[in-house]
Ligand binder design. Structure first.
Ligand code: TMP
Length: 222
């Protein structure tokens, strides 16, 4: 008998400088090495149209109303879900996604003051919820130091002040407390290998005891 592949949709969230992109890559590599077919993807992005929205959003100097900005992220996301994520899940892949809708709640909702009930409605309409979300938590000062040390170009969101980063962090913490069945808080101030080992252990545990069902419109609260 051929073993059934267990599709799984994992997202990693956290403030800029939390180490999420490194951890996404390490997790995807480890799952692939463990014999799982993996798709590593990111937001905003992950499909041609969504990558175009990403370039625009990260490079523009235009100021947007927080609702407009939320809608731009959801336009990119709808494209990502339709063209990349749904087909990947249907094909039995394990998806490791660097940011998803929790970033809109945290950045545009908690950080920029967009109406979180509207974002929650968009989440319901999207009807595609991760099985597992790792929320990498780190103090804004530590995150800022990492960004400076990284030395890459500072994007639109990284230009926001320290107060913004604190609101985003509080937003992620609120999301963890609202969705404890889906979200796992991770101390991202620990060394990279330690954080990686924790994420991998959680993901592998999930394969042994998967929650029922595929992603659906389970998250309506904000
Ligand atoms: P990245 O640096 O993790 O690739 O993400 C790009 C930036 O986009 C990051 O500063 C967070 C921001 N962002 C939002 O503000 N809202 C969203 O919904 C997403 C997905 C990202």
């Amino acid at each position: 008998m051929v073993a059934r592949q267990l599709a799984l949709f994992i997202t990693l969230e956290g403030v800029d400088g939390s180490g999420k992109s490194t951890q996404s890559r390490l997790l995807a590599e480890a799952l692939a090495a463990a014999g799982r077919p993996v798709l590593l993807t990111r937001e905003p992005g992950g499909a041609p149209g969504a990558e175009a929205v990403r370039r625009f959003l990260l490079e523009t100097s235009l100021a947007f109303d927080p609702l407009s900005e939320s809608l731009l992220h959801f336009a990119a996301r709808a494209e990502h879900v339709a063209r990349t994520l749904r087909p990947a899940l249907a094909a039995g892949l394990v998806i490791v996604c660097d940011r998803f809708f929790d970033s809109t709640l945290a950045y545009q909702g908690y950080g920029q003051g967009a109406d979180r009930a509207v974002i929650a409605t968009l989440i319901r309409l999207l009807n595609f919820t991760p099985h597992l979300t790792f929320v990498l938590d780190v103090a804004p000062e530590v995150a800022r130091c990492r960004l400076v040390a990284r030395g890459t170009r500072i994007d639109r969101y990284e230009r926001f002040d320290a107060g913004f980063l604190s609101r985003v962090r509080s937003g992620f913490r609120a999301i963890v407390s609202h969705y404890p069945e889906r979200c796992i808080p991770i101390d991202a101030s620990l060394p990279v290998p330690t954080v990686h080992a924790e994420l991998l252990a959680h993901a592998l545990r999930y394969f042994r005891t998967p929650a029922a069902g595929l992603p659906g419109a389970r998250d309506g609260r904000a």
